[in-house]
Design a protein around this ligand. Structure first.
Ligand SMILES: [Zn+2]
Length: 141
């Protein structure tokens, strides 16, 4: 009946939401948030949302404004490993609609780093040509 994951203080949650946590801690907290409805609720409450419903990290981010998914999230996104549809939507929105420069740079770098599997590379190249490449043309015109 108790939730096992609660080794994050409110301060850490706030730091995460304000992107003051280091990458490692952010990734750890994110993982914990995915596994713990309690943590998600706490995070959303810290954002002023009193909903008792479980709130996904994507929703937390979206509500928080346009803060950036971290690199772990982006690599999962690139690999198609994000299992939270809301988070995928948010990542797409953030990258393609918002066109966050910081995240685009991150994603490009990750893309470059993810070489070694030609098939995967090809899949990603196609994906980026179809979506991000197109949007980049729009944004950078
Ligand atoms: Zn961003």
């Amino acid at each position: 009946m108790t939730t096992p994951v609660s080794d994050f203080s409110d301060e850490e949650l706030v730091a995460y939401l304000e992107e003051r946590l280091c990458e490692t801690e952010s990734a750890r907290l994110e993982k914990a948030m995915r596994d713990s409805a309690d943590l998600r609720v706490r995070a959303s409450q810290l954002l002023g949302n009193q909903s008792e419903e479980g709130v996904s990290p994507g929703a937390v981010w979206a509500r928080h404004g346009l803060s950036c998914p971290d690199r772990t999230t982006w690599s999962s996104y690139l690999l198609g490993l994000l299992d939270d549809p809301e988070l995928v939507r948010y990542a797409q929105f953030h990258l393609e609609t918002v066109g966050c420069r910081r995240c685009r740079a991150n994603v490009e770098e990750l893309q470059t780093a993810m070489t070694g599997d030609p098939q995967r590379e090809e899949r990603q190249r196609r994906h980026f040509e179809s979506s991000i490449g197109r949007l980049r043309q729009i944004i950078d015109r």
